[in-house]
Design a protein around this ligand. Sequence first.
Ligand SMILES: Cc1cc2nc3c(=O)[nH]c(=O)nc-3n(C[C@H](O)[C@H](O)[C@H](O)COP(=O)(O)OP(=O)(O)OC[C@H]3O[C@@H](n4cnc5c(N)ncnc54)[C@H](O)[C@@H]3O)c2cc1C
Length: 304
Amino acid sequence: MQIEYKDNYEIRNHTSFKIGGEVERVYFPKNKEELVFLLTELDDYVLLGNCSNILFSSNGYKGNLILTTQMKNWKIEGTQVTADCGVKGPLLSKKVCEASLSGFEFMIGFPGSIGGEIYMNASCHGQAISDKLIRCSLFDKDTKTVIYKEKQEMEFEYRKSILQGGKYILLDAEFVLEKDNQADIEARINKNLSFRKDKQPNLVIPNAGSVFKNPENNSAGRLLDSIGAKNFEINGAKVWEKHANFVVNNNNATSEDVLELMVKMFTAVKNNYKIELAPEIIFIGDKTEKEENLCKILYQKMQK
Ligand SMILES: Cc1cc2nc3c(=O)[nH]c(=O)nc-3n(C[C@H](O)[C@H](O)[C@H](O)COP(=O)(O)OP(=O)(O)OC[C@H]3O[C@@H](n4cnc5c(N)ncnc54)[C@H](O)[C@@H]3O)c2cc1C
């Protein structure tokens, strides 16, 4: 099977942060069959969706990267919606609205793919991707077979799913939504969009969404704001002036600048509140020695 790929590929413009170096080889599968073929053939790879929840190393990555963004198949049959892992959330949100189906209004405001959203159990505005999920087809990396899991087997929690264990890749997912009045769905979509205007940076200012997860019964944004994080910046990386849990790439920031800034935010909250924030943003690619040390501080607790 011939699958599109590019060598020595600059990844930066694929990422919402607009940060990232050269990748040795990037594959662009177009459908489930091509993706399964690749996952079966390759022994070592990193797989990403729309690169909106990651910080890609400015040093790039010597290895295989699979990007699912060309996997665009989706269908609506009655209230049932099936989508490939690469389908973009905002597109699906609009398509199900046109079919008078409710449940994906939250997806309109952020640029995730279905695979990335299920990996993170993405949520906002009181809705989560897991709410309407029925089952998924997954590639099991150990047995190199395609298996199916029902929603209750996906181990969903806040910003958590079974995919984070590293054993499975999501191929596609099936949801059942609710019939509703199209104008009402549209109104909720518009409300979500206008809520975001002041509360979150749009992609004109490159960023990767919330930097840290909310600690239990607390808000990472409020903790960071209270210690003056909105004034923090390191070279081209800066905490967004309107919300302290966002880092923006203000001026050609490198992955090292962002990591350093994240450590500064993490340390300030730890020193003031004895709370260790857990990063929501995932670091991908080859690290310098300094980045290795910064990642140890940020991600040490999550690795245990
Ligand atoms: C402006 C902005 C606003 C945002 N707002 C929100 C928000 O309100 N709520 C929220 O939850 N998130 C938000 N995010 C973060 C992000 O968009 C979501 O986490 C999204 O789900 C990530 O999807 P992605 O396709 O970009 O994943 P990527 O960044 O490409 O990947 C993230 C992780 O998912 C894994 N992954 C991707 N596809 C698959 C697959 N098929 N199988 C297995 N693993 C896979 C990757 O390996 C990686 O570890 C926001 C981001 C931005 C830039």
